[in-house]
Write a protein that binds this ligand. Structure first.
Ligand SMILES: [Zn+2]
Length: 264
């Protein structure tokens, strides 16, 4: 029997994704840093309060978030589990519709406002086309959720990410994911922009790391989990439209979308 392991696109073995909430002006400075180091992020926005206070106005959303993922954070930022079910539906659907209209892109991701949710909120999400939702509970690990509607990140950016960056770069397990979340205004409030810059510098430029948005990670992992293998794993079928990469006895193999592949 061959040794088969999951890989990221182009045979990469690790992935980094960033996740920032509330859509404030400080996102602009954060995105400049991410872009300088070619790091990809997801920004979770509240469609009903754009342009209020420090929040970026509707007219600038497209330009500011170009190259990164725009995702829901609810319409008005309520505690989702403390409002009527019909209001939950409107919070998500109205947020999706407006973000999609503004961005011209499909919006399928979310992070929970204040990080709170319950089973009923999750049921509503399933009925509104939201495929993943990030919590604020740190796993302190580099793995994946069983339930994408409870996608717990590795940690908040204040949780010693410079030390974790070194740990992550040294982990031997294939298919690790480092998932960092926060708010860009925290760098302004805490006067520690240099910390995220240092983190991005430390993490960037590695050929074996995939720098991806939250939804890119989700879509790839879901497609990967749809692979069908023969019992001895010598034959694999990829029913998705996306190319998937495996390590077979240590060598990277591409399983093209829609194709069967013999793992020799
Ligand atoms: Zn928030």
């Amino acid at each position: 029997m061959k040794s088969i392991r999951f890989l990221y696109p182009e045979g990469r073995v690790k992935a980094l994704t960033m996740s920032y909430d509330d859509g404030v002006f400080d996102d602009i400075r954060l995105i400049e840093i991410f872009n300088r180091y070619q790091i990809k992020a997801t920004f979770h926005l509240n469609a009903g309060v754009m342009g209020q206070g420090k929040r970026i106005p509707e007219s600038e959303i497209c330009k500011v978030y170009d190259g990164h993922e725009i995702s829901c954070h609810s319409y008005f930022h309520p505690f989702m589990e403390r409002i009527p079910r019909a209001a939950m539906l409107n919070e998500i659907l109205d947020c999706r519709k407006k973000l999609e209209a503004l961005s011209g892109q499909m919006v399928r991701g979310m992070s929970y406002p204040m990080g709170t949710f319950n089973g009923e909120v999750k049921n509503v999400l399933r009925n509104t086309g939201i495929v993943y939702s990030r919590t604020t509970l740190s796993t302190e690990r580099f793995g994946f959720p069983d339930d994408w509607l409870e996608w717990h990140p590795t940690c908040h950016h204040n949780s010693n990410i410079l030390a974790k960056a070194e740990v992550f770069k040294n982990v031997q397990q294939n298919f690790s994911l480092f998932y960092v979340w926060g708010h860009s205004y925290e760098f302004e409030n805490n006067n520690n922009w240099e910390m995220i810059e240092e983190f991005c510098a430390a993490m960037s430029g590695y050929e074996n790391i995939w720098y991806a948005t939250n939804i890119e990670i989700y879509d790839y992992v879901v497609a990967l989990r749809r692979l069908e293998f023969s019992a001895d794993c010598s034959l694999v079928f990829n029913p998705s439209a996306m190319d998937i990469w495996l390590s077979v006895d240590g060598a990277p193999v591409k399983v093209a979308g829609g194709a069967f592949c013999h793992l020799q």
